[in-house]
Design a protein around this ligand. Sequence first.
Ligand code: SF4
Ligand code: SF4
Length: 338
Amino acid sequence: MDFMQISKKDFQKFVENLIQSKEEVVGVVKKGKHFAYDILEKSEQLCLDYTETILPPKKYFLPVEETLLKYKTGVASSYEATYGKSPKVIIGIHPGDMAAIALLDKSFSEGEKDSHYLNKRANSTLIGIYPTQSFPHRFSNSMIEKDAYKAADCFLVDLGNDYGIEVVTEKGKKIASAMKAVAGEKGLNEKIAQAKAKIKDEVSMPFSRRELSEFLHNKETHAEWKKRAEKCFSCGSCVLVCPTCYCFDVKDTVALSLQEGERKRMWDGCMLEKFANVAGNHNFRKLAGDRLKHRIFRKGKYIIDKFGMAGCVGCGRCSQACVANIASPVDIVQELKK
Ligand code: SF4
Ligand code: SF4
């Protein structure tokens, strides 16, 4: 990894030039009291000093709804895959969300490759930033280890008047050179390490992610699932804001003529009651407690066992989104541990 440096003023100029070059550039912007990823129209909109965004940047690679293919029926039946566009550059991704993209990269590359996701991913350069503001629900340091580097092209570290830059990939090198970032002054890597060491989470998982997977073994029948789920509205907010959730539904929309149609996929979530409804109107996770248990097992065990990567990156969005205040993985694990 190379270490470089750029003044904040020059970084803003670079973002402005990028926007003016007519490339689609996405960054974190302030929306009232909240933050969200959005297309930048001018560099002043970019806000890198933020707590957490409402939704993670995965929406640019796995949109809420997308058309996978269009088809024609009848004698001359045919189909054509459709591929959506992704932004050229996404700026301001926190390490947790970056680690989540690394997980999606892995998941959508396994077995039958998901070209819709992978095409969009290949077209984008990802510029991360280490958090500068605390977010009371975040526990990423307990979960992500080095996974963020599997997706990031480069990471910014706030050094006051400058950004230190960790350059991770060839794409990262290109973008750092487009920024006219300079090779770091002597001791820059130590300065970056010190700035990163100051970033502490306010909560933490009581286990490493590997220990968590082992801890969850044999906890399927624990009374906590049912007890906690008594307050669950099955609204699905906790999974719909989650950067590592990648379940989707696929639906065909056929024209009235029955001659053509579109196949679409849209986000789905295991905390929604109908998610596990199958033929014959059977539901294999009918009870809210079973859905909550599944969600935590998927985050804390199944994904780590399958991919060796975090199924939960500790972004804390689920804790914030849950109106019943029961979704926090840390609180659930603490309760199971008691
Ligand atoms: S489970 Fe919660 S804390 Fe973990 S990645 Fe998903 S939204 Fe973030
Ligand atoms: S745990 Fe909370 S956010 Fe998730 S479905 Fe239940 S009530 Fe909704």
